[in-house]
Design a binder for this molecule. Structure first.
Ligand code: M6R
Length: 608
C-alpha cells in the first residue's frame, strides 16, 4: 500500500525521492507527492494518478530545488485519490510536512479537537491530524513535538516529517507499519521497504515499533518512545538492484515467473545437506513436537492458497490434523488454539495487517508460532517464535508467483522434516521426497519449457467472460491460486471449484459460453476428474486441461492441454501452477491490462 521515502544529503533531493517512489510503485497507489526543504520553506508538489504526472510537473524533480525531503505514493483509504488528499500534508503555517502509511484510528476525535482549536483541514485524510498536532506541540524542539504528537495517535503508522526550521533533518517514526532507514556516506534515507534503498545503499537499520529516528546527512539517531537514544545494529541487505529491475522482460510478473527455478533453488538448496533436511529456523524439541496435536496454517490471498496446499501435504505426512484458515477470519473467530497448536503463518511481505493480527491472536492463546516469510526483518518475521525465510528475492509484481511457489517449497520441506522426526515418514519415502524436493527447481524449469503454447491458448480464450477452475485434492488447492491469478490481473471472473461439488448446484451455470480449466494432475483421482470433465463437456463447455506429460488419456477428453512434468504426487503443485501463471499472464496481456499494477490492488496490504 502507501509508499514512503525520505532523503537528506548533498545532491538534489527531488530526483532521488522520485526514483525511490518509482521503486515503490509496485506496492499500489493512486496519487503521489513530494515535499522538499528549500531556503527556509517547504516546497510541495502533488498529483493524482501515477508518478508520470509528478515527473511531468516537476521535470523529473529538476524543478524542485533543495537537499532534504520526503515523498509518498498514496493508496486511498480516507478520501478519494485527489491532489488535495495526496500526501505530503502541510501544516496551516507551512512549517511542517508529513507523509504517512497506515491508519490513524482516532483521527475523527483528533480532527474535532484540532478544528475547535482553529486548525483548518483541507483534506479528508486521517493523516492531516498528524501535521496539525506537530504544529500544535512545536515550541522549538522537533523531537519533543514528534513525541507529543505520537503519544496522541492510535492505529498504525509509519511517518516521515520535515520542518522548515530544521534544515537537513528528517524524522522517521514507526508503529505497526513498515519503515527502514538507509545508511549512506554523507547522505541518509528512509523508505517503506528496501527496494527503494538498494540503488543507494545496502546498509540499513530496522526500526522497531514505537521507535523514531532523526536523520541528517551525517548522522542517524534512533530513539525509543520515551526519547532515550538507542544503539541500533546495522544490517546488510542481500538483495541487489538487478533483482528489483525488469531485466529485459516486458513485465515484472513475467520476469518473476521465469525466475522461479532460481528462487526455488535458493530456498531449497541450503536446507538439504547430505540428503537430510536441515531447518535452522525450526526450534521445537522432539518432546515439543510430539506434543503438537493440531496445526493451523493462516495467511491471506495467495499465501493462504500456499497454506491450503501445505495442509494436504502436512496432514498426509505428519498424520496430525491440519487446517488452513484465512487470517482475516481467524483473527475474529475465537479459535480453539492452545500450547499444543503449531500455527504456521505465511506472508511474502511479512506486513499484511490481517496476518499480523491473526499471529498475535494465536500467540496470545499460547500457540507455538512459525513464520514463512520473504522479507527479512518484517513484522511477521519478528513476531513469530521461529522463521523460515523464502529466498525468493524482491517480488515486485502485485500478482505473486515466485513468492507463492517458494512458500510451498518451504511447506514441502517442513512437512517431510516433521513427518520424519515424528517417525511417520519411513526412511525410503523420506529419501525419495527429499530427492523430489531437490529436483523441484529443474521440474519448474521443465514446466516453463513445456508450455510455450500458453500464449496461443490465452489468445484463443482471452475474451471469455467467466471461467471455472476445477480439480480434486491438491489439484483443487492449485485451482484456488490459478483462479486468483487470472482474476487479479485480467479482471475476468473465475471460480475455483472442487470438481465433485459442481453437481450440487454450480453446474447450472455451465453452458457453451464457459471455459472450464480442469486440473487433472492428481493421479489417484484422475478417473473421477475425467467424469467431471465429461459432465461439463456434455453441457457444451470447452475444456482446457492441465495434466502430467505422460498422461496421454487426457488428449481424448479435453479440447486443449497444458502440460506438467512428472513429479511425486505431493510435490506437483509447484510445477502445476507454472502453466497457469503463464496462461493468466498472457490472457491479461491480450486484454491490454496493466499487469504489474492491477487496478485497486496493493502489493502489501498493510491495512485491515
Ligand atoms: O504479503 P503477503 O503474502 O502477506 O500477501 C498476501 C496477499 O495479499 C497476496 O498474496 C495477494 O493475494 C496477491 N496479490 C496475490 O497475487
Amino acid at each position: 500500500m502507501c509508499g514512503i521515502v525520505g532523503f537528506t544529503g548533498t545532491q538534489q533531493a527531488a530526483p532521488v525521492l522520485l526514483t525511490g517512489l518509482k521503486r515503490l510503485e509496485y506496492r499500489g497507489y493512486d496519487s503521489a507527492g513530494i515535499a522538499v526543504q528549500h531556503e527556509g520553506k517547504i516546497l510541495t508538489e502533488k498529483c493524482s494518478g501515477y508518478l508520470e504526472n509528478l515527473n511531468r510537473i516537476t521535470d523529473n524533480g529538476k524543478n524542485v530545488p533543495g537537499f532534504c525531503g520526503i515523498g509518498h505514493t498514496r493508496w486511498a483509504t480516507h478520501g478519494a485519490p485527489t491532489v488535495t488528499n495526496a500526501h505530503p500534508h502541510v501544516s496551516n503555517d507551512g512549517h511542517f510536512a508529513v507523509v504517512h502509511n497506515g491508519i490513524i484510528e482516532n483521527y475523527a476525535l483528533l480532527r474535532a479537537e484540532l478544528m475547535e482549536k482553529g486548525f483548518v483541514f483541507h483534506s479528508e485524510t486521517d493523516t492531516e491530524v498528524v501535521v496539525h498536532l506537530l504544529d500544535l506541540y512545536y515550541t522549538g524542539s522537533l523531537k519533543q513535538a514528534v513525541m507529543k504528537t505520537v503519544a496522541r495517535l492510535e492505529g498504525s503508522y509509519a511517518l516521515g516529517v520535515v520542518c522548515d526550521e530544521h534544515p537537513g533533518e528528517l524524522i522517521a517514526v514507526k508503529s505497526a507499519s513498515p519503515l527502514i532507514l538507509g545508511v549512506g556516506a554523507g547522505e541518509n534515507f528512509f523508505a517503506s521497504d528496501v527496494t527503494a534503498l538498494i540503488g543507494h545503499t545496502r546498509t540499513v537499520i530496522y526500526l522497531e515499533d514505537g521507535e523514531f529516528a532523526s536523520l541528517t546527512p551525517e548522522k542517524i539517531t534512533v530513539y525509543d518512545c520515551g526519547g532515550r537514544e538507542l544503539q541500533k545494529p546495522l544490517s546488510r541487505v542481500m538483495w541487489n538492484t538487478e533483482a528489483a529491475e525488469k531485466g529485459g522482460y516486458e513485465h515484472f510478473m513475467l520476469k518473476e515467473i521465469m525466475e522461479q527455478p532460481r528462487a526455488l533453488k535458493a530456498t531449497i538448496e541450503p536446507r538439504v545437506k547430505n540428503g537430510e533436511i536441515v531447518l535452522e529456523g525450526f526450534q521445537l524439541s522432539d518432546e515439543e513436537l510430539q506434543g503438537i496435536n493440531q496445526i493451523v496454517i493462516t495467511a491471506c490471498g495467495s499465501a493462504y492458497h500456499a497454506g491450503y496446499v501445505g495442509r494436504y501435504i502436512m496432514e498426509e505426512l505428519c498424520r496430525i490434523p491440519v487446517r488452513a484458515e484465512l487470517a482475516s477470519e481467524l483473527r475474529y473467530s475465537n479459535p480453539i488454539i492452545n500450547e499444543h497448536t503449531l500455527v504456521i503463518v505465511i506472508s511474502q511481505s511479512g506486513e499484511t495487517a490481517d496476518t499480523i493480527a491473526a499471529l498475535k491472536e494465536c500467540k496470545a492463546r499460547g500457540a507455538r508460532t512459525l513464520a514463512i516469510v520473504n522479507v527479512v526483518g518484517s513484522t511477521v518475521a519478528k513476531l513469530a517464535d521461529s522463521v523460515l525465510y523464502t529466498w525468493a528475492g524482491p517480488e515486485i509484481a502485485v500478482a505473486t508467483t515466485k513468492g507463492y511457489t517458494t512458500q510451498i517449497a518451504i511447506l514441502d520441506l517442513l512437512a517431510v522434516y516433521m513427518g520424519h522426526r515424528l517417525g511417520r515418514v519411513e526412511e525410503g519415502r523420506y529419501a525419495a521426497l527429499v530427492e523430489g524436493i531437490c529436483a523441484l527447481p529443474e521440474r519448474c524449469q521443465r514446466a516453463i519449457d513445456l508450455n510455450t503454447q500458453a500464449a496461443a491458448l490465452a489468445e484463443a480464450f482471452h475474451d471469455k467472460p467467466s471461467l471455472f477452475y476445477i480439480g480434486r485434492n491438491l489439484d483443487y488447492a492449485v485451482c484456488m491460486e490459478a483462479s486468483l491469478k487470472l482474476k487479479e490481473i485480467s479482471y475476468i471472473h473465475s471460480e475455483a471449484y472442487a470438481a465433485g461439488e459442481l453437481k450440487h448446484g454450480t453446474i447450472a451455470l455451465i453452458d457453451e459460453e464457459q471455459l472450464v480449466v480442469a486440473l487433472a494432475c492428481h493421479r489417484p483421482l484422475f478417473e473421477k476428474l475425467i467424469s467431471n470433465v465429461k459432465e461439463v463437456k456434455a453441457r457444451g463447455a470447452q475444456v482446457l486441461a492441465v495434466a502430467q506429460e505422460s498422461e496421454r488419456r487426457i488428449f481424448a477428453e479435453a479440447d486443449q492441454v497444458l502440460l506438467v512434468p512428472e513429479c511425486d504426487a505431493l510435490l506437483l503443485p509447484i510445477p502445476e501452477i507454472i502453466p497457469l501463471q503463464l496462461f493468466a499472464y498472457y490472457v491479461a496481456k491480450f486484454n491490454g491490462c496493466d499487469i504489474d499494477k492491477p487496478k485497486n490492488l496493493a502489493k502489501s496490504v498493510t491495512v485491515e
